[in-house]
Design a protein around this ligand. Sequence first.
Ligand code: ATP
Ligand code: MG
Length: 211
Amino acid sequence: MSTELDNSANENAKVDKNERHKQRQQKVKQQVDAKIEAAQIEKGVLMVITGNGKGKSTAGFGTVTRAVGHGQKAAVVQFIKGGWECGERNLLEKNGVDFHVMGTGFTWETQDREKDTAATLEAWQAAEKLLQDESINLVLLDELTYMVTYKYLDLQRVIDALNKRPAMQHVIITGRACHRDIIELADTVSEVQPTKHAFNAGVKAQLGFDY
Ligand code: ATP
Ligand code: MG
């Protein structure tokens, strides 16, 4: 008898729990629906992905892939050419994505300010063209932040080009220590924090995972 009572009490508690869960979720749904309803603006979004953690360029390329998957046109300008080939480039170029890669390596490798400045300007001119092209839905300016930090590129020139771009064009800027004026101008800013990185435990950068 007492087992039967226990069972029925357990059953009631379960129903109560389910009912409370349902009510809570209904409330969440109402709040989410209201926010979705309130967000009606359509515009080209300027996104900055900065910080010292791993994943900035990966997220930029992921968004390029997303756009291409919807049949949209995307282009990439890479402001630092690493010593490694870029896995994403191999794939995305085959899918119609324009790539412009700066002709020099890392600034601490070239150690030549004049050469770096000239290479930066050339890459930036390609970026400016893309930022005037209405047919391009998404422009990824990978590692642009350093060009402003090192003063290879004039900040105001960057801001002007971003401001004048087609109204529906999305732009993603990646790189550490993004200038605060660009952060201010951006609509979406994510800062990736390095909670841990395998490199610090002696793991080398690996093909297909790090580049
Ligand atoms: P990824 O290209 O992997 O998304 P990222 O764009 O966030 O990285 P960058 O600062 O552009 O990072 O660095 C490029 C390279 O340095 C990548 O191979 C990445 O794995 C490595 N890296 C990124 N963050 C760190 C870190 N905190 N410590 C050591 N190496 C890092
Ligand atoms: Mg990067």
